[in-house]
Design a protein around this ligand. Structure first.
Ligand code: AMP
Length: 126
């Protein structure tokens, strides 16, 4: 098991394949530390995913294993992307699923940026 309690990193996961250019994405930002692209099943008028370029299974894995430079670069990219999407004035939600109870589907750490309408106070337990 990885540090996060999830299985070890699977280089065939869909986000790894997007990073390698094997699968297309609707890219909104890319730099040395992060790639951001529109979620294929948007849950809000704006729903973008930001992923680090390194191979990290989850939030726990990323924050325990990535370098300080990678962590800073990734989170700076999250802020830049939210700003570039025009979400700063109205606000937005950042969400990172981590492990089975969260329903994390893709085992490559990612942050959801959702906005474009009032989102309610919290998440559905659906
Ligand atoms: P999570 O449940 O936090 O692991 O979120 C995974 C997200 O990835 C979901 O919101 C999916 O809609 C999204 N997703 C899965 N495949 C793709 C893809 N090929 N391109 C863009 N988003 C995707």
């Amino acid at each position: 098991m990885s540090v996060s309690g999830l299985p070890p990193y699977d280089p065939q996961n869909i986000f790894a394949r997007i990073l390698r250019g094997e699968i297309p994405c609707k890219r909104v930002h890319e730099d040395g530390h992060a790639l951001a692209f529109h979620d294929i099943h948007p849950q809000a008028p704006t729903h973008v995913l930001v992923i680090p370029k390194g191979a990290y299974v989850s939030a726990a894995d990323f924050h325990a294993s990535a370098s300080a430079e990678e962590i800073a670069g990734f989170w700076r990219a999250v802020g830049l992307v939210a700003k570039s999407l025009g979400l700063e004035a109205t606000g937005y939600r950042l969400l990172a699923n981590m492990g089975p109870d969260s329903g994390q589907e893709v085992p490559h750490f990612h942050v959801h940026i959702c906005g474009g309408k009032p989102l309610g106070r919290m998440i559905s337990s659906g």
